[in-house]
Design a protein around this ligand. Structure first.
Ligand SMILES: Cc1cc2nc3c(=O)[nH]c(=O)nc-3n(C[C@H](O)[C@H](O)[C@H](O)COP(=O)(O)O)c2cc1C
Length: 213
């Protein structure tokens, strides 16, 4: 078996320069997610969401982007979860996308706001029924004594919602939007001399700068 220190890839799949990228980083990010999806990458919309505790400890976990445009990146979660608590304390976050098969990474930072109840309702209504009931069952990030206890909560809720056509959205479940403050696109290159292009806000628009690898 080879050791971890021997795992090594030379990145040769593509190149990146400012002229290749859209004037809007949100549009460019959506394009890269769509390209990753078309390439057959599973969960091409998955990203690591980074938040910060009041004690200053950063914390990351993977979530799924559900909207990506000039206004930022929307994801959905339980607002009473650990991440929800951190976002209500400090409404700033980081997001990091990585598509290994394309040798691409995007990282961004921004301010975080809750999206409207109407938007969350619309998205919740589009989810599979089992996921809707699951959102009621899970007090995300809280301890539970056993898997059986969770499954009991689930079967009680299934009975409660039996015959109910439209499962209501739990008030503590909904969407957050991360606005775009800084966005960096990264394409792996040979010998670790990667291409990096960062968008920096200038007035209402953006300028693109090249960063050293
Ligand atoms: C591929 C993938 C997608 C996920 N998508 C979400 C998501 O969209 N929303 C969410 O709340 N958790 C999602 N999770 C679970 C989170 O990573 C995390 O375990 C959970 O949100 C609890 O995080 P917290 O305790 O820091 O709040 C996903 C995990 C993976 C691996």
């Amino acid at each position: 078996m080879s050791s971890i220190r021997d795992i090594r890839t030379d990145y040769t799949k593509g190149t990146l320069s400012p002229g290749d990228l859209s004037d809007c980083p949100g549009d460019q990010l959506r394009l890269w997610i769509e390209e990753a999806d078309k390439c057959g990458i599973v969960d091409a919309n998955a990203f690591t969401l980074s938040t910060m505790s009041t004690a200053g400890y950063p914390s990351g976990r993977v979530v799924l982007a559900r909207e990506v445009d000039a206004n930022g990146v929307v994801f959905y979660t339980n607002k009473q979860s650990a991440k929800g608590g951190e976002l209500s304390g400090l409404s700033k976050a980081g997001a990091t996308f990585f598509w290994s098969a394309l040798q691409r990474q995007v990282r961004l930072t921004g301010k975080v706001i809750e999206i409207s109840d109407e938007e969350s309702d619309r998205y919740f209504a589009s989810r599979p029924r089992a996921s809707q009931i699951g959102a009621h069952a899970s007090d995300q990030s809280r301890e539970i004594s056993s898997r059986e206890e969770l499954e009991l909560k689930l079967s009680n809720l299934e009975a409660q919602f039996d015959g109910v056509d439209k499962i209501p959205r739990p008030k503590h479940w909904g969407g957050f939007r991360i606005s775009l403050e800084e966005v960096e696109f990264w394409q792996g290159r040979a010998s670790r001399l990667h291409d990096r292009v960062k968008y920096i806000k200038v007035g209402e628009g953006w300028k693109k700068v090249i960063l050293q690898p």
